[in-house]
Design a protein around this ligand. Structure first.
Ligand SMILES: Cc1cc2nc3c(=O)[nH]c(=O)nc-3n(C[C@H](O)[C@H](O)[C@H](O)COP(=O)(O)OP(=O)(O)OC[C@H]3O[C@@H](n4cnc5c(N)ncnc54)[C@H](O)[C@@H]3O)c2cc1C
Length: 349
């Protein structure tokens, strides 16, 4: 186990903000985990799990031990189509690996930054697909009592960008690996309108280029993978170039009555049906408040998407957090709708 004291966290968060942790332990194996947790306990340090750091904002320092998940490995059971991936694997590389090995379904979740271990924490989702559709179980190390156990799908309480693992608890539960059941027959999910449009426009341009009159060929998982990557590269800022953590807030779910009130003020506000009401895009609400491209010093909002907070260089976590709270308050007073952060905020006082 590699242990660093008074560690700088800037390289480990995609906002690229400076923050320090009392200790940082790189976890490559289960023995490392055991050892690090015992050490933290002996020094009475709180624990924080970190994968790629693409869904956290350090609003201040973390006065405890960061466990950086770096365990690797993927195993496929060809007969059952079950695939088990270690928490420290890179999610996008895992999606590519599955496609190369004839295991389908994850192509809509391509290019989501971060680690495999964090994927069930907020039940990652994109372009009409959520992780839970393929999820079977995960291996968990409970820091409260040092026990190892298997957590089945029904105990994870998956919902929109949420799960039992995302709930705050005194001692974290560490996902060390997860197992998915992936179809071996391609069955592309094309329900998301923007994805369908992208595929249609790619099909039209290749048809024009080739000028061939051959009958339409079916869409393959590889086509979906490439289309998703193209859309994401166009729409989202690359954290390697501009610090960000993707969508900062969840899309709020409001009641039918609240949606009718909104519709009386705005002409056809965008919406999606949800289990307990109507889901309204948080980006649209923020856009109505004029936040797209907004700047407040080095903290700001991406010019192509009002839901993405960005670090334009040198912003502190505190500045980004203050901006996020300002946006939350504005949406509350303008629409009476509460925005809930999707990003985990650490070190705020
Ligand atoms: C440009 C961009 C685009 C994005 N697009 C999407 C998207 O389309 N859909 C989507 O769902 N998300 C998206 N995200 C958010 C993010 O990529 C995902 O939430 C991702 O799963 C986070 O992985 P991570 O390893 O970076 O997690 P981290 O940021 O390191 O951690 C996130 C949370 O998970 C916990 N955690 C991390 N690893 C473990 C573990 N092994 N066991 C237990 N808990 C753990 C952490 O304590 C923290 O609470 C995007 C982010 C960016 C920057």
């Amino acid at each position: 186990m590699k242990l660093t004291c008074d560690a700088e966290l800037q390289p480990y968060n995609s906002f690229g903000v400076a923050a320090r942790a009392a200790c940082l332990a790189e976890i490559h194996a289960s023995e490392d985990l055991q050892q690090a947790v015992e050490l933290a306990e002996s020094r009475e340090l709180p624990l924080l799990l970190l994968g790629g750091g693409t869904n956290v904002l350090f609003a201040g320092d973390f006065p405890g031990m960061v466990l950086l998940m770096r365990n690797r490995g993927v195993e496929i059971d060809r007969e059952s189509g079950l695939v088990t991936v270690a928490a420290g694997e890179n999610w996008h590389e895992f999606v590519q690996f599955c496609l190369r090995n004839g295991l389908y379904g994850l192509e809509n979740l391509a290019l989501i930054p971060g680690s495999a271990g964090a994927a069930p924490v907020q039940n990652i989702g994109a372009y009409g697909v959520e992780l839970e559709s393929f999820f079977v179980e995960l291996e968990l190390f409970d820091c409260a009592d040092g026990s190892l156990r298997t957590m089945a799908r029904e105990d994870c309480n998956f919902s929109y960008r949420d799960s039992a693992l995302k709930q705050p608890r005194p001692q974290p539960q560490v996902v060390s690996s997860l197992t998915l059941q992936l179809p071996r027959e391609p069955a592309p999910n094309l329900h998301y309108p923007a994805l369908m449009e992208e595929l249609e426009s790619a099909a039209n341009s290749s048809f024009c280029a080739e000028r061939s009159g051959v009958a339409e060929s079916p869409v393959t998982p590889q086509d979906v993978f490439e289309a998703v990557c193209r859309i994401r590269r166009r729409k989202l800022p690359d954290p390697a170039e501009i610090g960000n953590a993707g969508s900062f807030f969840k899309n709020p779910i409001i009641s039918q009555d609240e949606f009718e009130q909104l519709s009386s003020r705005y002409d056809s506000p965008p919406s999606f049906p949800a289990k307990e009401g109507v889901k309204v895009p948080a980006g649209w609400l923020l856009d109505q408040c004029g936040y797209k491209g907004y700047e407040k010093g080095a903290a700001g909002v991406y010019e192509r998407h009002a839901l993405i907070l960005v670090n334009r260089g040198g912003a502190t976590g505190k500045e980004l957090h203050q901006l996020a709270m300002e946006m939350q308050n504005r949406v509350q007073s303008e629409f009476g709708i509460t925005l809930e952060p999707e990003v985990r905020i650490v070190g705020a006082h």
